[in-house]
Write a protein that binds this ligand. Sequence first.
Ligand code: NAG
Ligand code: NAG
Ligand code: NAG
Ligand code: NAG
Ligand code: NAG
Ligand code: CA
Length: 437
Amino acid sequence: MKLANWYWLGSAVFAASGFLVVANNETEEIKDERAKESCPVRLESRGKCNEEGGECPFQVSLPPLTIQLPKQFKKKKEVQNLKEIVSHLKKSCQDCKLQADDNRDADRSDQLLPSTGVPGQADDNRVRELESEVNKLSSELKSAKGEINVLQGRLEKLNLVNMNNIENYVDNKVANLTFVVNSLDGKCSSKCPSQEQIQSPLVQHLIYKDCSDYYAIGKRSSEIYRVTPDPKNSSFDVFCDMETMGGGWTVLQTRLDGSINFNRTWQDYKAGFGNLRREFWLGNDKIHLLTKSTDMILRIDLEDFDGVKLYALYDQFYVANEFLKYRVHIGNYNGTAGDALHFSKHYNHNLKFFTTPDRDNDRYPSGNCGHYYSSGWWFDACLSANLNGKYYHQKYRGIRNGIFWGTWPGMSEGHPGGYRSSFKEAKMMIRPKHFKP
Ligand SMILES: *[C@@H]1O[C@H](CO)[C@@H](O)[C@H](O)[C@H]1NC(C)=O
Ligand SMILES: *[C@@H]1O[C@H](CO)[C@@H](O)[C@H](O)[C@H]1NC(C)=O
Ligand SMILES: *[C@@H]1O[C@H](CO)[C@@H](O)[C@H](O)[C@H]1NC(C)=O
Ligand SMILES: *[C@@H]1O[C@H](CO)[C@@H](O)[C@H](O)[C@H]1NC(C)=O
Ligand SMILES: *[C@@H]1O[C@H](CO)[C@@H](O)[C@H](O)[C@H]1NC(C)=O
Ligand SMILES: [Ca+2]
């Protein structure tokens, strides 16, 4: 028998009695208080298992088993009685045989004895008497034999009935045990995290958590796809970049032409806004769902009005939930655009809360950076980068509330007339850290 069967059997016995099961070398205990009281059932391995489905040296020790027999088993007594009657009859048959022989001997001795009175007549009578007695006895013997046969038949029938009863009884018990084991199995798979982990690769084939899953099944066109980053939560549409640096990117934000206003409320940034094919903010709840269970990297692409294209790559990107004010976690930088998110000790967007014009979670004590700079962002006090700033179609003057990246070449240099440069295009997107294009 294979290991699985033995284990199943072990579980079955366990389920029925609430006993302790000891599995593998490191005594994996099922912690059930009832189980601890007594523990006569044990499943133990003797040495290491052959992984390729070979024999497993497991050993099951079962306690002495007592089974309550059903009522029909009273018939056993009946069988015993019948057996006794039969042997009694057999014995009495032997007795009458012996008696018959005795009588014959008596006949002969009578013939030898000298007789008194009318010997011939008396002897004749006696012989007839004896003959009839013998006939009677032999017919009795015959009927006894018949009776024995009948009784023997009944005996066999009774035995047969009892065997059927036992089989039915055992089948019934096994069916009940199977039911108990199955229901316990169900409980386990809904409770044990290890079971869930075992199942998750299967689930992944049916659910596309982000754009990298679409890339993995061969999708190569940059398009809108439906993703389900958390199987327990809702699905939603995202735009997938299947071209940049191997593809598989889920786009969080795009700026192209200023068609969408980014000066918006907390509620708008939470839910997302804009057009996935043009300009948009995907939404903080969705960004949280996309980053919460998968290690993500962040890529930022920027292009200025001189056609200069640079990028920044961060090896971690995670946005907490609304309760934690969508706090951002930004990993180490690599790329060409410079590390504007960790600009300096005083300007660092890592681990900052999200702020909008109507919700001040920034580190600037005497005002709201979101209101001042007309955008939602992970403001410090206030910024060395802001990709949600106002879209300017050319250089602008005044408050630095345009799309801003503090490490851009020439950005920090003074411009004649106090002009500030802006960006033609900006894009933020994420991909699982362990994705291999
Ligand atoms: C139990 O087995 C594991 C691997 O199957 C092994 O690493 C470990 O040393 C074993 N422990 C004992 C106590 O034998
Ligand atoms: C099996 O379970 C059913 C219902 O749960 C019960 O009626 C039946 O008596 C049980 N059989 C045995 C052998 O315990
Ligand atoms: C942003 O919105 C607020 C309130 O709606 C408004 O007062 C402010 O002028 C807007 N800022 C810009 C730059 O449009
Ligand atoms: C779905 O995700 C959102 C955003 O994190 C959360 O507020 C909501 O409670 C989640 N719903 C369920 C059913 O988990
Ligand atoms: C940055 O990325 C380049 C190209 O992918 C790679 O060669 C380099 O090792 C990376 N540097 C760091 C510090 O990760
Ligand atoms: Ca403030």
